[in-house]
Design a protein around this ligand. Structure first.
Ligand SMILES: Cc1cc2nc3c(=O)[nH]c(=O)nc-3n(C[C@H](O)[C@H](O)[C@H](O)COP(=O)(O)OP(=O)(O)OC[C@H]3O[C@@H](n4cnc5c(N)ncnc54)[C@H](O)[C@@H]3O)c2cc1C
Length: 472
């Protein structure tokens, strides 16, 4: 992966805007470019556009959306901004957080009304860190459905997505203006495409073990459950072009990947009263703080796993999510009649397990304080029959990257704009602060969809301005 400085390069094919990566960010960017009347092409390394987006639950947060209003939920841009900043412990860029929060409802409505993406409000669970219910998802709450709808929208808009096209190099002039890209096909042949603006939508470096070792050593031993094709190319190119990087150690982890099944057990179960024990039968954390930071905590337990303990009510509640139904089908979910059976099935000392379960019951009734600080009051106590699933900690995707302004334009260390480079999604610095604890549910697809839309719009506006000024 390099940047080739070549002023005199002549390209046989020239497209005004090139987008690298066909996940949520790349497709939203391309739709925004095209609707402004600018030609665009999307280059994707895989044979089918999937990315991390297709692996995800596909939930996108939006503040003050029409769907929230119809459900009687009062939200505001300021409330959402405050939630993002609070979760990041005030260690993110508050202007960017505000921009994303204020554009979030516009993105949701743009996707639904202009591109027929079938989003509805998730009104059954409050995700950690959010003051109100503001997650929007497709009918089965899957990223593959979201990707399918985005690909349909791109096809209808007559956007070309060139698959099996790994971008290996960029071409630039001496002022770090990108003038084109080199793609390599599966058969080893390569092709050059010229461009006037470039949008980097090829996510972060979760699929690159060397970069993980260098920037986020604490997660390198966790299971990787993200898109292996995301090798940090945007970050490498950006650096070579003089871009600034920030929060490079930031990532989205998950403390509930079903062991040996590769299915995430989503956090609504925890938020509604489930808890985790290690293989000694002991709780070890406030699970409700968030699933991202829970990954490292689970991996730190003996043999790197934990058991989610829950009951029939939570089992039924979770069936809204296709991931959970997949976990049932994969025989990951175990049902037991009582604590006796639970202790023998998961091979944990019965007395210790019973003590843990009874302690949580007291925390629910308010007669005992959780030593880890979790507030269980208001939840229903767990009742037999019990359910359990063995989980481990996983890395989903990285959240640090290229510093961008509120129009998704890449900036250098002096906070000046690079000539014609834009970025969003996992390629750009997110809004999760410098580590794992700042990731609030939805931060990934908020930055992918909204920065994608903003990057597309800004790239098109930038080209129109350039053409106008050239004509003066
Ligand atoms: C299990 C799971 C559940 C999740 N659930 C949610 C959720 O509900 N809500 C949420 O907000 N976030 C969620 N996330 C995070 C979210 O999926 C990501 O933040 C988001 O999908 C990133 O989008 P993207 O477009 O930046 O990257 P991607 O979707 O990964 O797309 C990047 C694309 O670039 C391509 N590419 C990479 N390098 C090159 C190259 N050199 N040349 C050509 N192509 C290249 C890749 O093949 C890929 O298709 C989840 C993640 C996981 C793993």
């Amino acid at each position: 992966m390099s940047v080739i400085f070549d002023n005199k390069k002549i390209f046989e094919y020239q497209i005004p805007v090139v987008v690298i990566g066909a996940g949520a960010c790349g497709l939203c960017a391309a739709l925004a470019v095209k609707e402004m009347g600018t030609e665009v092409i999307v280059l994707e390394r895989d044979s089918t556009p999937l990315g991390t987006t297709a692996m995800s639950t596909g939930l996108i947060p939006g503040a003050n959306t029409k769907l929230q209003k119809a459900a009687g939920i009062e939200d505001s841009v300021q409330l959402f901004t405050n939630d993002i900043i609070k979760k990041s412990k005030h260690q993110t860029d508050s202007d960017i957080a505000h921009t994303l929060a204020s554009e979030s409802a516009l993105t949701i409505e743009w996707l639904i009304e202009k591109y027929d993406i079938p989003l509805s409000l998730v009104d059954s669970f409050l995700y950690p860190g959010h003051s109100v219910m503001r997650m929007h998802g497709t009918p089965n709450r899957t990223g593959s459905e979201l990707m399918g709808s985005l690909c349909n929208a791109a096809e209808k808009a007559e956007i070309d997505i060139l698959t099996n096209s790994l971008v290996t190099d960029l071409y630039s002039d001496e002022k770090n203006k990108v003038i084109g890209v080199k793609i390599t096909r599966e058969d080893g042949t390569s092709e050059d495409i010229g461009c006037d603006a470039l949008i980097l939508a090829c996510c972060g470096f979760a699929g690159n073990p060397e970069m993980l070792k260098e920037f986020i050593p604490e997660i390198k031993d966790a299971v990787f459950f993200g898109h292996p094709g995301n090798k940090g190319d945007a970050i490498k190119w950006g650096k070579l072009l003089g871009a600034d990087l920030a929060d490079i150690s930031s990532f989205q982890g998950h403390g509930g990947l079903a062991v040996g099944r590769g299915v995430p057990i989503l956090w609504p179960m925890i938020m509604e009263g489930a808890f985790q024990v290690n293989n000694l039968g002991q709780r070890f954390s406030d699970e409700s703080l968030g699933y991202s930071e829970q990954a490292v905590k689970v991996v730190a337990q003996p043999e790197k796993y934990a058991w989610n303990i829950f009951d029939q009510r939570l089992h039924d509640l979770m069936k809204e999510f296709e991931d959970y139904n997949n976990a049932i089908e994969a025989n990951a979910i175990i049902r037991v009649e009582d604590l006796n059976e639970l202790s023998s099935v998961i091979n944990i000392d019965k007395e210790i397990l019973e003590q843990t379960v009874r302690s949580v019951e007291k925390m629910v009734s308010g007669s005992l304080e959780d030593p880890f600080g979790r507030d269980f009051t208001g939840k229903e106590p767990l009742r037999a029959p019990y359910y359990t699933v063995k989980v481990t900690g996983a890395l989903f995707h990285t959240q640090g990257g290229l510093v961008v302004d509120s129009s998704a334009r890449v900036l250098n260390k002096e906070r000046q704009k690079l000539p014609n480079l834009f970025a969003g999604g996992g390629s750009a610095r997110g809004i999760s602060g410098p580590s794992d604890w700042g990731y609030m549910a939805g931060n990934g697809l908020l930055t992918a969809t909204t920065f994608g839309r903003l990057a597309g719009r800004s790239a098109s506006e930038f080209l129109k301005k350039t053409i106008n000024s050239d004509n003066i």
